[in-house]
Structures are given as structure tokens and as C-alpha cells.
Design a protein around this ligand. Structure first.
Ligand code: OAD
Ligand code: ZN
Length: 274
């Protein structure tokens, strides 16, 4: 019954603005951040201020990242990513705005994608702005920290590693290879950091062109995502959500489907002959 309602929603609103979150990537082995009540599942991530201001924080961050990268770097698109790529190919998607940093929508074939929070496969210098592939930095991290390279085996399938009790103070983090001194940071938006203004503007422009908003696999606990649901409501555009568990915008949705997002979007694409 809720699938029928979703098919009806997509039929009445042919051009969708789609906003996705971590729930689309759990099937690919990348864990989400919050549970079905919207509470943190793990300690909150490092803040921008801590990363920029504290060398020990950066050493710990990159040591964990070195070990978790194997999982993140090898993840493949899942059913939700594939279904959204099919819907776009069928002309039903105005823009896919994702809060995910894993790049899996692009890997599945979606082309009109805005990565609201950036991408973890790219590293940026905070001084000169030069970008390099994360895979390149991985080689450098492994090269400089052979003892840590051996610890990769400790990483759980979800990329989490038990690193308690290890000495991070010897972990070596390289500086920017371009300018020689700049501080390297993953090209993702950290907590406490602003989303680049042009990304928000591009997304709002697409929302203005769309007939309706579809949220897929997000708790909407973070304002940078929530604001698009609020903007749709303010513009009088109907919104639907496919998510297991509550969201911060439940009162703003005309339709809520509380099922698995991969199965639901696959079924939707099938029913729409996308
Ligand atoms: P969350 O982890 O907050 O929300 C994911 C939602 O997906 C939860 O409500 C889950 O219950 C639901 N979910 C998980 N698996 C699902 C499945 N198979 N089918 C349907 N629903 C499922 O993730 P986001 O809302 O994306 O920020 O988080 C937003 C931002 O918070 C992230 O982009 C990240 C984080 O801090 C940055 O990296 C800047
Ligand atoms: Zn630099």
C-alpha cells in the first residue's frame, strides 16, 4: 500500500529533487551514523576546529582513516544507488543531492549529483587548495607508517578498528605535496564547517525547478540536509520520504514509507518502468 502511494506520488510529480543520506549506503557495508530514533550510534566525528587546531587529533584521524580506507575505498553501489540512477536515466530526477561522501551515486551511474558534504576519495590542501586522490595519500600514509599498515587486518568489515591503547604520537602525516607545507584535509565538510555556498545555491536552484522532493535514507538530523525539506515546504512543494526510523522533518512529509530504501526504490523504478 505505501508503495502504491509512492508510485502515485512520483507519477503526479514527474521531476523529483532527491535528497539522500547514509541509509542508501548501509547495504554497501558503510555504516550509518544514527539509529532509528535519530540518536548517535557512535562517538560523534571529529570537528573542523579540532582537526585544524590540534596535531594529535589529526594524527589519530589519519591513523584511523588509513585502516578504515580499505572498506570505504572498495565499497560498491547498492540497490538504492542503482535504482536512483535508473530513475534519472528515465528523466525523473531533476537533481540528486547527497549528504553521503562515498561517491557511490556517481559510481552507480547518476550524473546530476551534488555532493553536499564533499567526497572522501579526494584530499585538499587547506593552504594552496590543491587536490589529490585519497588513494595517492593512502600510499604515502602506508609508506611512512609501516607498523600501522600491518594493523589494517584489525579493521572490522565496517571499517571500524579497535585502536584503543595504541600510540598515535608517532603516526606520520605528510604535508601537501604541491606547496610542501600545507595541511591536508579530506575534501569533506566536517562538523563545525560550512557547506560551500555555491553547492547550496546550485541545489536550491534545482529544487525550484523540481515538482517535488524525495528524501531517501536520511535521519535529517543535520541542518544542511534538513534545510532542503524546509525550503520545499516553504515553496509549497510536496515531500515524501523513504526511511527506516524517525526523521527530524516527519511533520513536513505528505508521505512516509518506513521500509528498506533499496527494496523500495527498486520497486518504484520497476513500477515506473525506469
Ligand atoms: P544518519 O545515519 O543520520 O541517518 C540514516 C538513516 O537511514 C537512519 O534514520 C537509519 O535508520 C536509516 N536507514 C539505515 N539503513 C536503511 C535502509 N536500508 N533503508 C532505509 N533506511 C535506512 O545519516 P544522514 O542523515 O545521512 O555529515 O546523516 C547526515 C550527516 O550526518 C552525514 O552526511 C554526516 C553525518 O554527520 C558529514 O559527514 C558532514
Ligand atoms: Zn598545498
Amino acid at each position: 500500500p505505501s508503495l502504491d502511494a509512492l508510485v502515485g506520488f512520483a507519477t503526479r510529480h514527474p521531476r523529483l529533487f532527491v535528497l539522500t543520506g547514509a541509509g542508501c549506503s548501509t547495504a554497501s557495508g558503510i555504516p550509518d551514523y544514527r539509529d532509528r530514533n535519530g540518536d548517535w550510534k557512535r562517538p560523534p566525528p571529529v570537528t573542523f576546529q579540532a582537526f585544524m587546531g590540534d596535531e594529535a587529533t589529526r594524527r589519530r584521524y589519519w591513523a584511523r582513516s588509513l585502516i578504515g580506507w580499505r572498506v570505504m575505498g572498495q565499497a560498491r553501489p547498492g540497490p538504492a544507488h542503482r535504482a536512483l540512477a535508473r530513475l534519472e536515466a528515465a528523466g525523473r530526477v531533476e537533481l540528486l543531492l547527497t549528504q553521503n561522501v562515498d561517491g557511490l551515486h556517481g559510481a552507480a551511474g547518476s550524473r546530476q549529483v551534488v555532493d553536499l558534504h564533499g567526497r572522501v576519495d579526494t584530499v585538499r590542501c587547506m593552504d594552496c587548495g590543491a587536490r589529490q586522490p585519497r588513494a595517492q595519500l593512502q600510499q604515502e600514509l602506508l609508506h611512512r607508517n609501516p607498523a600501522w599498515a600491518a594493523l589494517q587486518a584489525r579493521a572490522a568489515p565496517d571499517g571500524d578498528a579497535d585502536l584503543d591503547g595504541l600510540d598515535f604520537s608517532a603516526f606520520e602525516v605528510p604535508a601537501c605535496p604541491d606547496c610542501g607545507t600545507g595541511l591536508l584535509k579530506p575534501d569533506v565538510v566536517f562538523f563545525g564547517e560550512n557547506v560551500p555556498r555555491e553547492r547550496v545555491a546550485a541545489a536550491l536552484a534545482a529544487l525550484a525547478q523540481a515538482d517535488a522532493l524525495l528524501v531517501a535514507g536520511s535521519s535529517l538530523m543535520v541542518y544542511s540536509g534538513l534545510r532542503f525539506v524546509q525550503a520545499a515546504a516553504a515553496a509549497g512543494k510536496p515531500a515524501a520520504v523513504v526511511n527506516l526510523g524517525r526523521t527530524r522533518a516527519d511533520d513536513l512529509f505528505a508521505l512516509k514509507v518506513g521500509h528498506d530504501v533499496g527494496q523500495t526504490l527498486e520497486a518504484l523504478a520497476g513500477r515506473l518502468q525506469a
